[in-house]
Design a protein around this ligand. Sequence first.
Ligand code: NAP
Length: 389
Amino acid sequence: MDGTAQLKTLTVLGVTGSIGGQALDVAARLGIPVTGIAANRGSDALLAAAERTPGARVVAVAPTGEEATKLRSILGDAVSFGHEALLELAATPDSIVINGIVGAAGLGPTVAALNAGNRVGLANKESLIAGGPVVVAAATAGKGEIVPVDSEHSALWQCLVGETADSVRRLILTASGGPFRGKTSQDLEHVTVEQALAHPTWSMGPRITIDSATLMNKAFEVIEAHYLFAIPYDQIDVVVHPQSIVHSIVEFTDGTLKAELGDPDMRVPIQYAITYPERAPANLEPFDLTKAPLVFEAADRTTFPCLDLGYEAGRRGGSAPAVLNAADEIEVAAFLEGKIPFVAIPRVVESALEAVPLVQLSTVDEALAVDAEARRTAAHHVELNMRAG
Ligand SMILES: NC(=O)c1ccc[n+]([C@@H]2O[C@H](COP(=O)([O-])OP(=O)(O)OC[C@H]3O[C@@H](n4cnc5c(N)ncnc54)[C@H](OP(=O)(O)O)[C@@H]3O)[C@@H](O)[C@H]2O)c1
């Protein structure tokens, strides 16, 4: 993050999602041309995004045959299909790539974009969880740069501008606490999918919303901060802040605390990732400081064991965070499908962490092999859990 990237064209990966749609809003507001968009399926949402971005190259990674035919008939040669096409799109020269893909599928494009010397506005935190060492190596070796889009990391990044690494005492990530803040483990035994999806402050895609309810999302963010800012886990803390107004805090060695505040609106960090080191007007309502008291409290690590699982996986290093991510992705999907209860998510993730051997990661393929093995293991544990009733 050396601030050398120039304002160029934009490529939006995961364009049909929550981050992707907001990235298009920001591009329209800033008047930046979007020259590439990608999603997984060939949905009508992808076609709608293509309409919003005339002239853009369009990639659908895994459309059905019918979707592919429809896309080809409407978009002609502008559309390509498959994972290789996604990697090529991410490597479009002189592009700022907003990676809003969900899951470990985002890792390959992040590395491809970095290898091509692009700036990556990283919303896809799984790139760093599933392949942190690989992403850091790509960013160091190439001329590309990673800038955070996740609001907490954008906040930390903004607080760190102009500071030296040795002046930082700790990074303090804020967590909303999710919809189940204040509940006990017993209360969580019978929560429904609808309750878990009702996030109190942020409107996001389903996986990250469930991860916010278990605090796994915060666990991922601890690991993300470790890789983004090259800081040891002992210097990363989490505090619950239900209003989501203070997006995160840096404490310096002289006792000074710097925080970044604002209404919860992902378009703000998306825009800063694009315009950095400059700022551009956003025409938002002025923030009302008198609106609500700001509350901070300790995270309940007993009711929400995923947070400590994240620290543990991060400290083990190597492939452990990749296992954490893959197992969680399977468990969240199983919970959303009604196959396992909410409280089984940390249990099954922990079993997968114990079962999959720790290896070091130096390539995307190695990271994806661990990801696949962890998925198989987690799926097996889901089966066992269902059979046990
Ligand atoms: N939403 C937020 O406010 C927020 C905040 C901070 C960080 N993040 C992070 O940003 C990422 C995206 O979150 P989201 O909430 O925007 O998710 P989302 O709404 O579920 O959207 C996910 C996007 O990824 C695409 N996708 C899924 N699998 C893919 C694959 N194999 N290849 C290519 N594209 C694929 C989807 O395409 P289809 O529609 O075709 O399936 C969709 O466009 C996540 O890593 C999340 O943790 C999100």
